[in-house]
Design a protein around this ligand. Sequence first.
Ligand code: ADP
Length: 402
Amino acid sequence: MNVLVVNAGSSSLKYQLFDMDKNTVLAKGLCERIGIDGRITHSPADKEGFKADLPMKTHADAIKYVIDALVDKNHGVVKSLKEIDAVGHRVLHGGAKFHESVLIDDKVLAAIEECIPLGPLHNPANLTGIRSCAEVLGKDFPQVAVFDTAFGMTMPEKAFLYAIPHRYYDDYKIRRYGFHGTSHRFVSARAAQMLGRPASELKIITCHLGNGSSVSAVKNGKCVDTSMGLTPLEGLPMGTRSGSIDPAVIEFISEHENKSAKEVLRILNKESGMLGITGKSSDFRDLHAEAKKGDDRCQLAIDIFTYAVRKYIGAYMAAMEGVDAVVFTAGVGENDREIRADVCKGLDFMGISLDEDKNSNAPRGTEAVISKDSSKAKILVIPTNEELVIAKDTVDIVLNRK
Ligand code: ADP
């Protein structure tokens, strides 16, 4: 069974075609500048890819080019559209409605639409991606939605409810949802496999550290707490996002600089975090390079970040009454040895002991155990694979339907 995984953004669309029988990626690619001009980068696994500037007024145009590329005589990986069995979509916000992945029908589309106020930047783009596929592939072509928020739906009320008047939850479902759920789900399940124990008896802390970052507490295979909230702004300081701050800061800036709440939120989303502290970059590679040259602010930004991750690890150990494994994943977690070392420094008293050599020698992009043999909790590096989860859910749902 071949599954096309689509991650539609406001002006971009990432795709991967999986052969789920052989467990391989046949091709992947990216359409960019949709609605502006349009560019496709197509990379088949076993032959030469191509880049081309092609007019993409809409996401439907982009999907047409993706299908053309996939069936192309020279760069294609399947003979015809008939060899694509289903599409799986990444959808950011499923609100309180979606606790798992679902087959898309009109009701599901309407429910995703209802969640737009919760994910105003992403949900409209995700919907456009789904509708464009229906336009190009046909209304009855099987499409599945996989929600970033679904994994967080197992959190108990004490973890997901904000201490604000209860009617805001009753009326608008304002609560902690959490994001990167597909990633936390994938790496926590892989961690259980690496430990050779059933997920149902493990306490795992998953640190998804990238440009956007979040930490989750996964107990007995279920998410019991996570750092992101109603939106992906809460929790850790990130590349350009502030993470958690005193909400009164919003009014303070708004009054002193005569800015609307919306403008202040834009600053907290786009001009804060590592970029805001340093005024230089949101990218940890730049921060390390500048810190080594003596830029104290870049070192401070790194310290603020690792300090926040450490605090979440402590908090989630308390929440779960222990931990069996701490997992690092995503761009920073998978690649940045210094950040991993900083986060774990001095945590030996909690049974988390990093092995400096194993950490330094862990090859990039592969799974690794980087804790000392004597460490009570294992420290693991696990490359995340959200697309594979989406493809697997799509297969499960489509096969069950048949
Ligand atoms: P996103 O949240 O956009 O999906 P990623 O998970 O791809 O982000 O992570 C991107 C971040 O990962 C970059 O901003 C960079 O700071 C960091 N990163 C990527 N590669 C490396 C590396 N080799 N060393 C250190 N940091 C890296």
